[in-house]
Design a protein around this ligand. Structure first.
Ligand code: PLP
Length: 449
């Protein structure tokens, strides 16, 4: 693509004048003007091209501008761009069928939303109405979305400013051996103690007051902590014992990210409700949803479900989902992610961890990896403090700048960088990105104590 700095400057000027950005102090940000994107790359108006190790916000699982999905959107737009949610529409029916075919167990009814946060809102509303109980238990190390309930069940610091509506939300510690809250030294100890902590929390909150436990199957933004063997089965057992609805949030982990259709498949666990969004159609058109168990669907068989959206099951978004799922099947994208994760990413990141003193831990699966950056490997002191901003965050900012200077767009959250590229990235592109990451980590190494 030809550089066009003048157009870039106009795009940037209008953005700065009129676009109010998410999660940001508006005058302290400097958004890059993006001219285009294809596959695993995007480029600006000045002729710089970046390999995207973020998949946008971990959602373009099939990369940018997949021609078959773009064509399906064009075709749907030409025939039925939109239609109200109360009607049966081909794209909506087919998307629901294809999703239900892939969700674990008997999660066979699909309620469509516009994105992930409202999927979480509706899952929790269903759980409260189904049980008649008020409370929801959620993990501190979590992110569930930016709307009222979703941000309150979220554990990360973005919750703090929104805590006014947190009535009915209780946070607990899920397992995370590297930063164990339970003085555990093995995954087995961490698992057993985290389950004991959760059961005690349930008992002291009063089991008859707890509607739902919500967990990301594999927490994403909070750090890609794979739950130890037996943890999710243990939570399933506690939910059954106390009549609590088990909600798994697969908004980020779902649709192939872990090398399985859903992360729940890695653990052979079936929740009562499962939220999804992002990878369902790679975000080409906004779409999310809740997959619902037969027992909860039954609650709303004769009694109306008090919730809905104008765009629930929007035909354009659903057509994109149908095409995305078919493309993922045809091109073997889920298996590709599993294979490259195990054969390329895992050994490469372990090798980087040996050479770079700033890397405290490497963890992940499929195309879902985190590097925990530390000042000191022994004490595990994070490279920047929890929720650091401004000067305190300088080491991570330096790492980010070094990655971009090497043509790599990195995912950064607190003291971590995540390797979360498109699932259909080629082996060559992946190796190019890992080499750039290697060079960028030198900037982080400079801040090791
Ligand atoms: N749940 C999880 C696990 C997520 O990672 C996200 C977004 O990153 C959400 C929910 C919220 O989704 P959305 O931003 O589409 O509302």
């Amino acid at each position: 693509p030809q550089p066009n700095p003048q157009v870039g400057a106009a795009v940037k000027a209008a953005d700065r004048a009129h676009v109010f950005h998410s999660w940001s102090a508006q005058e302290l940000i400097d958004p890059l003007a993006v001219a285009g994107a294809e596959g695993s790359y995007f480029w600006d108006y000045d002729g710089n091209r970046y390999l995207d190790f973020t998949s946008g916000l971990v959602y373009t699982n099939i990369g940018y501008q997949h021609p078959k999905v773009v064509a399906a959107i064009q075709e749907q737009a030409a025939t039925m761009t939109t239609f109200a949610p109360a009607f049966a529409v081909e794209a909506r029916s087919e998307a629901a069928r294809l999703i239900a075919e892939r969700t674990p167990g008997e999660l066979d009814k699909i309620f469509f939303t516009n994105a992930g946060a409202d999927a979480v809102e509706h899952a929790l509303r269903m759980a409260r109405l189904h049980t008649g109980r008020p409370k929801v238990l959620a993990a501190y190390r979590s992110y569930h979305g930016g709307t009222e309930q979703a941000i309150n069940v979220t554990g990360d610091p973005r919750r703090w400013a929104n805590d006014s509506a947190s009535a009915g939300v209780v946070h607990f510690w899920a397992p995370f051996l590297y930063r164990s809250r339970f003085y555990a030294e093995t995954e087995e100890q961490e698992c057993a103690r985290a389950l004991e902590h959760l059961e005690t929390t349930i008992r002291f909150e009063g089991p008859s007051t707890v509607a739902a436990i919500i967990l990301e199957t594999v927490p994403g933004t909070a750090g890609i902590m794979l739950p130890p063997a037996g943890y999710l089965a243990g939570v399933r057992g506690l939910c059954d014992k106390y009549g609590i609805v088990f909600v798994l949030d697969e908004v980020m982990a779902g649709f192939g990210r872990t090398g399985k259709w859903f992360a729940a498949d890695l653990y052979d666990v079936t929740p009562d409700l499962m939220t999804f969004a992002k990878g369902v159609n790679s975000g080409y058109v906004p779409l999310g949803g809740v997959a619902i168990s037969p027992a909860i669907a039954e609650t709303f068989a004769k009694r109306p479900y008090p919730g809905g959206l104008t765009y629930s099951g929007h035909p354009l978004a659903c057509a994109a989902a149908v095409a995305t799922i078919r493309v993922m099947e045809e091109e073997g994208i889920v298996d590709h992610a599993a294979r490259l994760g195990a054969q390329v990413v895992a050994p490469a990141l372990r090798e980087l961890a040996e050479r770079h003193p700033s890397v405290g831990e490497v963890r992940g699966v499929g195309m879902f990896w985190a590097l925990e950056l530390v000042r000191d490997r022994e004490t595990r002191e994070p490279l920047v403090p929890y929720a650091a901003a401004g000067a305190a965050n300088a080491p991570m900012a330096a790492f980010g700048a070094a990655a971009k200077a090497n043509g790599l767009w990195p995912f950064i959250n607190m003291n971590r960088t995540h390797v979360v590229p498109a699932l259909n990235i080629t082996e060559g592109e992946l190796k190019e990105g890992l080499a750039a990451l290697d060079r960028a980590l030198e900037a982080a190494d400079e801040h090791v104590a």
